[in-house]
Design a protein around this ligand. Sequence first.
Ligand code: NCD
Length: 525
Amino acid sequence: MIQPGPFFGRSVSVVDDLSLDEQWYLYTKTAQIKTTILQGGDLEAYRLGDKDLSVYLIFLEDSTRTKESFRNAALFHQATVSDFDAARSSVNKNESLIDTLKMLVGYSRRSIFVIRSKVEGVCRALEASIGDYCQVAGISPPSFINAGDGRHEHPSQEFLDEFSFLEHRGWKRDSLHIVLTGDLYFGRTVHSKADGLRVFHKVRVDLVAPPELGLPEFYHHKMLEAGFEVRLFTSIDNYLAQDDVADVWYFTRLQLERMGDDVLDKVSRLKHAVTVRTDHLDKLPALCKFFHPLPQNRIAPTIPDFVTPLSLNGWDEQSRNGYFTRITLIGMLSGVLGHDYLGPLSRHQLPADDFVQEVQVKPRAKSDGHKTGIKPVDDGIVIDHIGAGRQVDQVWKLLDKIRRNLQLDYLSSHGVFASVTSDVVKGLISIPDLPDLGFKKIKKLAALSPGCTLNIVRGKQVMRKYRLHMPPRIYNFAEISCRNENCISHPGQHEGVNAEFVRRGDGFVCRYCERPHTYDDIWTD
Ligand code: NCD
């Protein structure tokens, strides 16, 4: 093969793993491929034609369209397709997924893994751990494609959905007004919309679902942050009682298999709220289209059979588009497509560890221990401004947490005091004869008590002063854990993936499942 294209070896765990420019490339390339296939044109330029590429279909949850469209897209490229028999594999003997995949990467010169699992963040974790393993073993690192992870994301479905909307809008990207209805709580295809819809410049989203099936706050917030105009309605009836009705409707199945008993009791009421009736039809705008990732529940479909033959049916073409968009996606990640991509390449990098800021020591500053009345330090360290501004009892708790987590079992003193210059309450720990804390402890201290200062005292003078800020990433600590039991990094999953959090807005998200956490949620201790 000639030099592979710029997307060679990339993985797609979430929609945002391809930038908007890259997504747009995928859509325009798919349009060319679809036209060429439908017109019976020459497809050689789009085809990898390499049986040394292995495409593994690893479906640990059921699937029809996603799996079969990936299989056929891989066959289009003449790759070798392996259907991993999850039901009869050692996954059932409690083998970790990471160990299973380590074995499979050794069998081929190049592999793409298409993975569907209940466990969230699987592809992100595999990308890191298998990537490291391949480097050591001298194997070409594989690509991972998330084919749906729990209730997190479903990026390749998002690409085919957006492609279908673009077709419907005649490729006009200026605006989109869309209804999202059905199970917005569990529907991962809806969650991926918070990023995918950004391909349109002005986006209006009407969320139509009873509160039990409402969109999780995290994705709602993400949509607002992306500049979408978002309105909420509790049922299709409520929605159609007003005049401003969207012409693109996106339905999702009620994911009863994921619902707890308390919600299951109410199923018929919930279904009724998001099911189309004949009397709804004349309230829809002209040229309106219904989309659905499918499957529909044949016993109680939310888009009943009478709609199927109508021009409202956009879901059959959408389903077919799964094949075309996945041909393009595999083509991009295997390197045969992308040479004509002219935009910048998205490079997701984890933020740098910029949390320690050296501040100037005021001339003749004494160790803070002098002012506050606890034993002054001649040589050693003083940690000041701990939990500044919190209530007294909270500062005491924080002092206790810091001492325990940093194992500060030294002859030393601590206390809670009012600041000399204001009424603000703060904690202080002074440790004589300790030259420094060491990087790992400093990082932990910054994460536990952002805003505190670390003073290095020599000969009764503060020689160096550092202000510690909240680190952009919190990782490598035994005392942190993701609260989402379905996350690959949750200890209950036994995958050996260490918890890691990335700062987002005022809080943090898990690096793997992206579940939001407050800063206090992160710590198990
Ligand atoms: C969806 C899925 O699995 O997330 N289906 C699909 O991939 N086409 C939606 C669903 O299961 O209801």
